[in-house]
Design a protein around this ligand. Structure first.
Ligand code: PEP
Length: 250
């Protein structure tokens, strides 16, 4: 059985006061009932240390939104995997479409980052997903397969079985447009099949696949009930404790 994982990507939002209020709200709500899903919060770098302290005695796990692949050195403005583990991160989001689009991240760079994440004991959440033009041209799966082939190159089956892949159609991120549960489920099934082809069936069965793209309390249950969807990567709706909790408890 794969444990579902709900991760909040706070993007470039929250100062320390806002981050504290948000985490306290999540913590309070989590004490109110049994939660079977794993909960991860991914604040901006500046909030990691504060949030790490706040979640210390809880089951909530900490993730970063990006990192560089070198452990240290003259790389002005970058943050290393060692720095992330030092501050208490367990996960790191890699290859988010905003990183690919605005910062020119390539599959090859993302692959280097994934390998570095494993080297320094971080679990990568690899984001893949097609643009609207690619979906309309029926290129969704071909494109995602190429992202998977390049992004997972040179990894071991053991590593891949531990990681998380987030299927995030670019046209659904922050737009209020959500893929239908069937559309999302179909692509996640195809991602699992591709991983089985690249590695093996056992690895593909263990790997967790999230859907991301305008997930909210009102659509979470339908999305999360799809066979091959093992959780959600949540942007906008992770910025308010009530909205995030509605997804966690959906
Ligand atoms: C994201 O940024 O990963 C995301 C899914 O954002 P949103 O939920 O706001 O669409």
């Amino acid at each position: 059985m794969r444990k579902q994982i709900i991760a909040g990507n706070w993007k470039m939002h929250t100062d320390l006061a806002e981050a504290t209020i948000l985490v306290e709200g999540i913590k309070a709500a989590l004490t109110e009932g049994e939660v079977s899903r794993e909960v991860v919060v991914c604040p901006p770098f500046t909030g990691l240390s504060t949030v790490a302290d706040l979640i210390e005695d809880t089951e909530v796990r900490l993730g970063a939104q990006n990192m560089y692949f070198e452990p240290k050195g003259a790389f002005t403005g970058e943050v290393s995997p060692l720095m992330l583990t030092d501050v208490g991160c367990h996960y790191v989001i890699l290859g988010h479409s905003e990183r690919r689009e605005y910062f020119g991240e390539t599959d090859a760079l993302i692959n280097q980052k994934i390998k570095a994440a494993f080297q320094y004991d971080l679990i990568p959440i690899l984001c893949v997903g097609e643009s609207l033009a690619q979906r309309e041209a029926n290129e969704t799966q071909t494109f995602i397969n190429s992202q998977l082939t390049a992004g997972l190159a040179d990894l071991t089956a053991e590593q891949v079985s531990q990681m998380v892949i987030a299927y995030e159609p670019i046209w659904a991120i922050g737009t209020g447009k959500t893929a239908t549960a069937e559309q999302a489920g179909e692509v996640c099934t195809a991602i699992r099949a591709k991983v089985a082809e690249l590695f093996d069936k056992e690895t593909a069965e263990v790997l967790r696949i999230q859907y991301g793209g305008s997930v909210k309390g009102s659509n979470a249950q339908e999305i999360l009930s799809q066979l091959d969807i093992d959780g959600a990567l949540v942007g906008g709706a992770s910025l308010k404790a009530d909205d995030f909790m509605a997804i966690i408890k959906a």
